[in-house]
Design a binder for this molecule. Structure first.
Ligand SMILES: Cc1cc2nc3c(=O)[nH]c(=O)nc-3n(C[C@H](O)[C@H](O)[C@H](O)COP(=O)(O)OP(=O)(O)OC[C@H]3O[C@@H](n4cnc5c(N)ncnc54)[C@H](O)[C@@H]3O)c2cc1C
Length: 645
């Protein structure tokens, strides 16, 4: 497998300009004859499909939801980063680039991250032009707040519903193209495989989730923008339908899967409260602007709180340990997510946790309410407070919130070069589905930025560069043997699943996988545990393929069948994550190997051995994948041990 990152020549700040100056273009008459398939209608997919349609290409856009607007992006709460420097607090393109590389613990490609910071400001202009109602200052300028890992305020937001508002903007742009006839929209349709012809991605096999029918679709190029694989853990902050199947199918068709073990555990989620839960709720990182995180200083107080004999509000200021402010005075409550999550785990493991399980810490707005008043806090975070109260039945204006880390985002994903092209020519990956910009840890508010950067500002250039060589390739009919064979293989998989007729529900097996992932491939990992995880995942795989129970048939809607097909891919993902975590004998970002930590319990990187992206190549069912390295070189950023003190 060849990994050519195709980083353009020239100084870092000029690479993107140099690329654009030299890229090939497709003239308008030819664009009409070129088809692009876009899988996904989240921020990455919707922005890409809308842009391609506007450019004049013929687009087919697929989503598993009943409307493009139901994509998981709609759940994003806190905001989107950009280097506008409106608060005049010292921000710049370079600073955003630097914070992102440092926040990712020096495991991202410099050139991609720099381009992301460069186009960040265009995204805000584009969204404002679409009418996205970002919060504004009294004087009318756009307001900013702070997110973890930055000392400036660069996060644009629309209350705690930023993803929803951005997605409405992208959706409107997309529907304009649907009405104009440039984009054909396929809702409730799942892409179950890719079609490769002469080594190039030329189409997909789709399954209609309502009728169960399969269909073949041709594209001169295919873009997957299908989100992350956090639901491998069963419990996560991701929407129930979020899945990693399109990525695993791409991997099985020859696309390298990069850094699968880099999963983000978000520090501020509502703690697990029962065995029957199927979803965890995020409390946005923006709350750490004003909320202060603490646990009791004394174990006796923590024990009394756990036993229900004391309340948080019974403890005086002197009896509280604001452990993030104590350990990291420079960044305080706004340290990056990986650092905050580990610090919460450390306090809880040491016996200072609160809540009935002891697996919770406080997020307290007392100081902020005293300083700013309840109305200001309500205006900033009202919908999040309401959501918390509905779920937990506690009033967070009076009692501190209780929070604990949970799986939230996956930095790993399909490997892409500078053009966002995978190792399969003609197959591109965008948004959370690719591994591109966040290294080993994503900074808050940077996922929305990346998804929209990929869709609005990067792919419209790079895909032309690819398609310019394809203007003489005629459309295929879908009757070619590669299409027929791919459809037959997809059908056979679904028939096999239905034929098992075992005793275990899909959810019970998924929960079992999730527990193995959380216990052994979660917040802290070690060699023995990871080896055990690989064995346990193999046993779950065997149990799944011999004993899963799927009621009903393949005709018509069958949700259990959908879930089973996705679980088969989550099992493959889980195995890949464990293997990658075992290979990476260092701690960096969200990947914490217990054997590699400083005396103070901080992550200890091994730059001499692991300054690379680990890219896994599929070798066939039940065969161990092969790892290839993309070495990372840092020409501008000075690589150092991360320090937020
Ligand atoms: C609760 C929560 C809050 C968040 N808040 C923020 C925030 O404030 N700021 C920030 O920057 N990030 C935030 N994030 C992260 C961010 O929301 C996501 O990373 C981002 O929205 C992903 O966008 P996407 O377009 O890549 O994928 P998604 O929005 O997940 O969209 C995936 C699309 O692919 C489709 N799809 C998937 N598989 C298939 C298939 N096989 N066939 C057909 N279609 C398929 C789906 O239907 C969907 O349309 C948050 C995440 C969560 C979970």
């Amino acid at each position: 497998m060849k990994l050519d990152s195709k980083i353009p020549e020239g100084p870092l700040a000029q690479k993107w300009d140099n690329y654009k100056a030299g890229q090939k273009l497709v003239n308008p008459a030819n664009k009409r004859n070129l088809d692009i398939i876009v899988i996904g209608t989240g921020l990455a997919g919707a922005s890409a499909a809308a842009s391609f349609g506007e450019m004049g290409f013929k687009v087919k856009n697929f989503t598993i939801q009943d409307s493009p607007r139901r994509a998981h992006s709609i759940a994003a709460q806190g905001g989107i980063n950009a280097a506008k420097n409106y608060p005049n607090d010292g921000d710049s393109v370079h600073r955003l680039f630097y914070d992102t590389v440092k926040g990712g613990d020096y495991r991202a490609r410099e050139a991609n991250v720099y381009r992301l910071a460069q186009v960040s400001n265009d995204i805000i202009d584009q969204c404002v032009a679409q009418g996205v109602p970002f919060a504004r200052e009294y004087g009318g300028t756009l307001d900013n707040r702070s997110f973890g890992g930055a000392q400036v305020s660069r996060t644009f937001y629309a209350k705690g519903q930023t993803g929803q508002q951005l997605l409405i903007g992208a959706y409107q742009a997309l529907m304009r193209q649907v009405n104009a006839g440039t984009v054909d929209m396929y809702t409730r349709t799942e892409i179950v495989d890719y079609v490769i012809v002469d080594g190039k991605a030329r189409g997909v096999i789709a399954r209609d989730l309502v009728t169960g029918e399969f269909s073949r679709h041709f594209g001169h190029a295919v873009v997957m923008a299908t989100g992350g694989y956090g639901n491998t853990f069963f419990l996560s902050t991701n929407a129930m339908g979020s899945n990693g199947s399109a990525a695993i199918k791409a991997y099985q068709k020859g696309a390298a899967f990069a850094n699968p073990c880099f999963a983000q555990i978000h520090p501020t989620c509502i703690p697990v409260h029962g065995e029957f839960q199927s979803k965890l709720t995020l409390m946005s990182e923006s709350l750490r602007n004003d909320g202060r995180i603490w646990v009791p200083k004394k174990k006796e107080d923590a024990e009394a709180i756990r036993a229900g004999k004391k309340k948080a509000t019974d403890l005086s200021e002197e009896e509280r340990d604001y452990y993030l402010e104590r350990r990291y005075p420079a960044f305080g409550n706004l340290v990056p997510r990986d650092v905050a999550s580990r610090a919460a785990k450390e306090r809880c493991d040491a016996g200072f946790g609160v809540g009935t399980t002891g697996l919770a810490v406080y997020l307290d707005f007392k100081t902020a309410i005293e300083r700013l008043g309840e109305d200001t806090i309500r205006a900033r975070y009202g919908n999040l407070f309401q959501m918390y109260e509905k779920i937990v039945d506690d009033n967070p204006y009076k009692e501190p919130m209780m929070i604990y880390p949970a799986i939230h985002y996956t930095m790993g994903g399909i490997w892409v070069d500078y053009e966002l092209q995978t190792t399969v020519p003609g197959l591109f990956a965008a948004g959370e589905a690719n591994f591109s910009d966040h290294g080993a840890n994503r900074l808050g508010a940077s996922a929305l930025m990346q998804g929209l950067a990929d869709g609005y500002f990067v792919l419209p250039y790079t895909i032309q560069n690819y398609l310019a060589d394809d203007i003489r390739t005629p459309r295929m009919t879908g009757d070619e043997k590669e299409f027929v064979e791919a459809e037959a293989a997809a059908k056979a998989k679904f028939e096999k699943l239905l034929s098992i007729k075992g005793n275990r529900s899909v959810d019970s097996l998924h929960k079992e996988l999730g527990l193995v992932m959380w216990d052994f491939v979660g917040m802290a990992r070690n060699k023995k545990g990871l080896e055990e995880a690989i064995e346990k995942i193999a046993a779950i795989k065997k149990e799944f393929w011999t004993n899963v129970k799927i009621p009903g048939s393949g005709k018509g809607m069958n949700v259990e069948l959908e879930k089973a097909s996705r679980l088969a891919d989550f099992i493959t993902t889980g195995d890949l994550m464990a293997r990658d975590a075992l290979n990476r004998e260092e701690s960096c970002g969200g990947h914490f190997r217990e054997e590699f930590q400083t005396e103070e319990g901080e992550a200890l990187r091994q730059d001499d051995k692991f300054a690379y992206a680990a890219c896994w190549e599929y070798q066939g069912e039940d065969k161990a994948p092969v790892m290839h390295k993309e070495d990372l070189t840092f020409e501008v950023v000075k690589v150092a041990q991360r320090n937020y003190k």
